[in-house]
Design a protein around this ligand. Structure first.
Ligand code: ZN
Ligand code: ZN
Length: 86
């Protein structure tokens, strides 16, 4: 699924952006995408599932809601997953 693929790529960008690992937005987006995946009945192990696992493994304790990173990479992943305009 194209959207899922796009979301996985964006999420991996966020995984590489170390400054975002302690952002509340990253945590929130990981939770929301996990919910979306579970709700969609997608099998674990898909591209987005793997990206979510990678994201989980780098999450740090939340230090701040969002550093206001420009662009906010986790948000971009959520928007891609839900087909929202940027
Ligand atoms: Zn951030
Ligand atoms: Zn953010």
């Amino acid at each position: 699924m194209e959207r899922e693929r796009e979301a996985a790529l964006r999420l991996l960008d966020a995984v590489e952006a170390e400054k975002c690992h302690g952002c509340g937005c990253m945590h929130a987006v990981v939770l929301m995408l996990e919910d979306d995946l579970a709700g969609a009945g997608s099998l674990p192990g898909g591209e987005l599932g793997r990206a979510l696992e990678a994201a989980r493994s780098v999450l740090k304790q939340v230090e701040t809601d969002c550093r206001g990173c420009e662009p906010c990479l986790p948000m971009a992943a959520l928007k891609a997953a839900r087909g929202m305009e940027e």
